[in-house]
Design a binder for this molecule. Structure first.
Ligand SMILES: *Cc1c(COP(=O)(O)O)cnc(C)c1O
Length: 512
């Protein structure tokens, strides 16, 4: 019997036959075919409908939904071909140049290849030793994101699934720090802790208040102006009053780019108040934080450097494919204190070694994907200058759209902030209707809502909506490196043409 080293190729035993294995040649052939199909898809994306415009039953029917789990395995080539057809034909294409919905960006094709590479190695970024290069790449990614935003690069950070998780991870760390007892050991109890945010804050906050055990009543709403931007004097008074009443203010949240209108809270004033009041200041920059890198960024973005924590979504304005959110926390220990179940004094390495980062200690997750790879590559592919150029162009396109809307006789501009434009269609019969005319306003709400559904189904372009001052608005958000001036110039025509069609149909329905 000869002993062979683990690397002795000549002694390799015959491969085990496993249902989920792919022979190298088959992998190569399937991979090439798939990459060719994706390249074709991307090359022709502009000619596609933005949405398939099918109903849920129609989409479900493509799957033979009544079919149970197959008993025996199927051929990989056939499966992948069918999956490619299904996914390419029945998806909403947020990479289409005329996709303007929510805050959902076009994704960098390099990021898709990064996901393939990451999945192939299947690195587990829960622990350093399971993902040595992966962990170091994630750490560098976090430093680069912090640098881009003007945040200290020695901060703590972690990549998570998106903005909701990034905000929650920061809020958990903040509330741990604010508690005068050990939440870990004693729980949240009948806490008197309060959290301050405007009513424009994204709904991650309600989920956090609920899931953290604080309860949604712990949320204290800061009064705001017409766009919901925080009134800092009112906040100061609230904090003083609440402290006098024995409450424990634990966290103040400012938003750098609200979801509805791209509005920016007075972040500098809020940061100063929080510093004076010794309260954790968190900035929800899921959408807007990268604007801090622009030389012409509004001055409030300088407050990002002063925040205790920031949430930012690389899968929004940094164009990473879903999912990629990032939580940054000034004091790295705060994340460990919150999420590590290894005591801080416990060290695996020798005293003179720098302790490795084990990401399982920085968020609720244990096993973790190598999502850093696509973000890391995207940051380098664009570079700081490229990031600034993309964001500047998106904002310029939104401003152009806003001017188009203002000039158009059938459209009413409602708000514009960062790369978001809110407006509505106003047909001749309702033009000049008084804001106090509740019947006319309700008609406009209904019309624009129907118009939105019709637009989404038509596949010509994709908008979402906002509610501004109680009124229904159509809303376009441009975080899309494929959108051009021509796309933005076509939008008013598409909207008004669709609006007239909807109006005719509604009139027809009333007449019958
Ligand atoms: C998008 C967004 C969120 C939620 O982020 P997800 O990535 O969708 O989880 C939270 N806050 C703001 C300001 C956002 O724009």
């Amino acid at each position: 019997m000869t002993l062979t080293s683990p690397t002795d190729q000549t002694a390799a035993p015959p491969a085990r036959s496993a249902p989920n294995e792919l022979a190298p040649d088959e992998f190569r052939a399937l991979g090439h075919e798939l990459v060719d199909r994706i390249a074709e898809f991307l090359a022709g994306i502009r000619e596609q409908r933005v949405t398939p415009g099918e109903t849920p039953p129609e989409v479900r029917a493509t799957l033979d939904a009544a079919r149970g789990l197959p008993r025996s395995g199927e051929d990989a080539e056939h499966l992948l071909e069918r999956a490619t057809d299904l996914v390419l034909r029945h998806s909403t294409l947020n990479g289409h140049p005329r996709f303007f919905g929510y805050i959902t960006s076009s994704a960098s094709p390099l990021g898709a290849l990064a996901d393939l590479l990451a999945g192939s190695v299947n690195a587990n970024l829960g622990g350093w030793s399971l993902a040595p290069i992966g962990t170091e790449i994630e750490l560098q990614t976090i430093r680069w994101v912090a640098e881009l935003l003007g945040f200290p690069t020695d901060c703590g950070g972690v990549l998570v699934s998106g903005g909701n998780m990034a905000n929650m991870v920061c809020a958990w760390a903040a509330t741990r720090r604010a508690a005068t007892w050990s939440i870990r050991e004693e729980g949240i109890g009948a806490s008197r802790m309060t959290i301050y945010a405007t009513s424009e804050t994204h709904t991650w906050l309600e989920k956090f208040a609920d899931l953290s055990g604080l309860g949604t009543r712990a949320i204290r709403r800061i009064p705001g102006d017409a766009l919901g931007r925080a009134d800092v004097d009112a906040l100061r008074a609230m904090l003083e009053r609440d402290r006098a009443d024995g409450l424990l203010p634990g966290l103040v949240i400012g938003t750098a780019g609200t979801v509805s209108t791209g509005a920016i809270d007075p972040l500098l004033e809020m940061a100063a108040l929080c510093r004076d009041s010794r309260i954790w200041f968190h900035v929800d920059g899921a959408y807007g934080a990268p604007v801090a890198a622009l030389p012409q960024a509004p001055s409030d973005f300088r407050a990002l450097a002063l925040a205790d924590s920031i949430a930012v979504d690389p899968h929004k304005w940094l164009y990473a494919p879903l999912e990629a959110g990032c939580a940054l926390v000034r004091d790295a220990e705060a994340l460990r204190e919150t999420f590590s179940f290894t005591p801080p004094y416990y060290r695996f390495q020798k005293a003179d070694e720098e302790p490795p980062v084990n990401f399982f200690e920085r968020s609720p997750q244990n096993s973790r994907a190598f999502r850093a790879l696509k973000v890391w590559l995207g940051l380098q592919q664009a570079g700081r200058d490229g990031i600034v150029r993309s964001i500047t162009t998106d904002i310029a396109l939104a401003e152009r759209l806003f001017r188009n809307v203002v000039r158009h006789p059938e459209l009413e501009a409602m708000a514009q902030g960062l790369s978001i434009v809110a407006f509505r269609w106003v047909p001749d019969a309702l033009r000049g209707a008084d804001a106090a005319d509740t019947d006319a306003q309700a008609r406009l709400d209904e019309l624009n809502e129907q118009l939105l559904f019709e637009l989404q189904a038509s596949g010509e372009c994709y908008l979402s909506n906002a509610v501004i001052g109680g009124r229904f608005a159509l809303r376009a958000c441009i975080v899309n490196f494929r959108t051009t001036e021509a796309d933005v110039d076509a939008l008013p025509g598409i909207v008004t043409r669709t609006g007239r069609r909807v109006l005719e149909r509604m009139r027809g329905a009333r007449a019958t």
